[in-house]
Design a protein around this ligand. Structure first.
Ligand code: ATP
Length: 272
């Protein structure tokens, strides 16, 4: 599995949202996309998913132009979790997750469907939620129910073609620490199965801790890309996020950077 963007541009209403992007993710790789609000991260994720066509340029999936994939082929190869999943219809959690399986157009036996649904609910920490009405879930629970739907979709596709591409837009935003960890474990497990992972993350420390590669977007362009230790440094925080601070990036024993606002902590300590 290899997903590759070649010179992709997106223009909407005379505004350039993405410019000249070259980027790739391969089987087993976790790619984190970071950058300021409005940098184009969600737009990029949608382009990588094939749900938005670039104005010019090509997205290649396994050396095939993604624009040529039918909706069902796309559903079998990749799954996208949007930033906000609004659910107004009163589905049960079981039925919502089951929708992921129907997208792939595969006819699985009911027993197999139920096994997959139970397995993905367990993976996202929603064991025991199958009969709950989705509209009654908390924000974090609802987001995880949609993540389970997306995982079920890929699981359905895996029956015939192996692991695909998992694209998640801010999957940790609504989650407490334990569920952030659970989701990242889930993501890393899928990468170990040979899936390609693309995550839009605002928390730079999760990107630093778990990504193999980080792509930094700024004003629609690729500012930098590389391993977390190569990319996440004080200069980047200043140039891309406008955060001027000498000592924000430290290195922990694993060789991965860690970002901590020392100056704010010092200010807070001095108030006590
Ligand atoms: N259809 C559109 N027409 C015009 N501008 C758009 C359109 N879609 C998105 N934009 C703009 O493009 C920019 C990039 O949007 P995008 O949602 O990709 O940013 P983002 O990096 O994901 O931001 P955030 O971190 O706030 O979620 C934003 O300034 C947004 O307002």
């Amino acid at each position: 599995m290899k997903l590759r963007l070649e010179d992709c541009h997106v223009v909407r209403q005379n505004k350039t949202l993405l410019k000249s992007l070259y980027l790739s993710v391969r089987a087993g790789e976790v790619l984190a996309i970071i950058g300021p609000n409005g940098a184009g991260k969600s737009t990029l994720l949608r382009v990588m998913s094939g749900s938005v066509q670039p104005t010019c340029g090509t997205v290649w999936l396994d050396n095939r132009n993604m624009a040529e994939f039918s909706a069902i082929e796309l559903a079998r190869h990749r799954a996208l979790l949007a930033q906000e999943c609004i659910t107004t219809a009163r589905f049960s959690v079981h039925d919502l997750v089951g929708m992921g399986l129907t997208y792939t157009g595969k006819h699985l036996l009911r027993k197999k469907q139920n096994q997959i649904i139970a397995s993905v609910l367990d993976r996202v920490g929603l064991t025991g939620f199958a009969t709950r009405d989705v509209t009654t879930l908390s924000g974090g629970e609802r987001q995880r129910a949609h993540l389970a739907r997306v995982l079920a979709q890929l699981e359905g596709g895996m029956e015939s073609r192996g692991a695909g591409v998992l694209l998640l837009d801010e999957p940790l935003a609504a989650q407490d620490l334990a569920h952030q960890k659970l989701i990242m474990e889930c993501v890393l497990a899928y990468a170990r199965q040979g899936g390609g992972i693309v995550l839009v993350l605002h928390d730079l420390n999760w990107a630093a801790a778990c990504a193999d590669n980080v792509a930094v977007l700024s004003q629609g362009g690729l500012h930098a890309q590389g391993k977390p230790v190569e990319v996440l440094n004080t200069r980047l925080l200043a140039e891309v996020f406008g955060v001027q601070s000498r000592n924000y990036v430290t290195h922990v024993g694993t060789g991965r950077p860690f970002i901590i606002p020392h100056d704010l902590m010092e200010q807070s300590s001095s108030r006590i």
